[in-house]
Structure formats: structure tokens, C-alpha cells
Ligand binder design. Structure first.
Ligand SMILES: [Zn+2]
Ligand SMILES: [Zn+2]
Length: 134
């Protein structure tokens, strides 16, 4: 069981399961979305994810029509995303998880399009785009 929240605390959520693999995505969309070198995410079953506070504050942005990104309308924290092609999963932004996470990074993805100034310091597997399993 995990809990998470946005920067201002108006949006809070719970996860009924352990987290999926931790993935750092270095693609240009994730860089714009976070304002940083990459986005840290984990996939969990939709049924295990619950917004417990601030549903009315959540805003949705679609960079692609079938990819829904949800963020706090007050402070701007990205909370989670889902794809129409995979309704059974949600992609949670790891930086908003408040409970201890005892996993290591599983993979770096979209490394071929990472920023020139982005130097990956760990030895986790790196994939040019999506990993073969996705
Ligand atoms: Zn907020
Ligand atoms: Zn990305």
C-alpha cells in the first residue's frame, strides 16, 4: 500500500498494491512535461489506484488524443496518466509517492532522444525507445 500527493497537498491518492518497475523516460514529451531531464514513473493496475482527495482539482492534458495526463490544477504537479489502449493500467509519477519506495530503477527508456546534457549515472538497462516487453 502506498500513498501520494501533489505539491500543495490538495490532490491525494492511494495505491493498494506494491509498485511496478520504476522507469525513467527521457523522451522530449516527458522533458517538457516535467521541466527536467526525465520523468520517473511506475505502472500499476487501474483497480489498485484511487484518488482520495482533490478529484475536483485534477486537470487533464492530452498531448496525444489517446494519452490522458492528469495534474493538480492548483500547483501543477503531474500525478498520473493513462492510455486508451491500456485502460487496465495507470502510470503514476513516482515523485508524488509519499510512502517509502524500496525498489531500484528498472530501466531508462527513450535514451536515443535524451537531452545532450543528460548523463545517466546508474547501470540500469537502457533502451533506445520502448523496452521490448511493452
Ligand atoms: Zn496541488
Ligand atoms: Zn517519455
Amino acid at each position: 500500500m502506498h500513498k501520494g500527493s501533489c505539491l500543495c497537498g490538495q490532490v491525494q491518492y492511494e495505491i493498494d498494491e506494491s509498485l511496478g518497475p520504476i522507469v525513467f523516460c527521457h523522451c522530449s514529451v516527458c522533458r517538457k512535461s516535467t521541466g527536467s531531464a526525465h520523468q520517473a514513473v511506475t505502472r500499476i493496475p487501474s483497480a489498485a489506484f484511487r484518488i482520495t482527495r482533490g478529484q475536483d482539482v485534477l486537470r487533464e492534458y492530452r498531448h496525444e488524443p489517446a494519452h490522458h495526463r492528469y495534474f493538480c490544477g492548483n500547483c501543477g504537479s503531474g500525478i498520473y496518466a493513462r492510455r486508451d489502449s491500456k485502460p487496465e493500467m495507470v502510470i503514476v509519477r513516482l515523485g508524488t509517492v509519499d510512502t517509502p519506495v524500496d525498489q531500484e530503477i528498472a530501466a531508462h527508456i527513450f535514451v536515443d532522444s535524451k537531452a545532450s546534457w543528460d548523463h545517466i549515472p546508474d547501470d540500469a538497462p537502457k533502451f533506445p525507445e520502448w523496452p521490448p516487453s511493452s
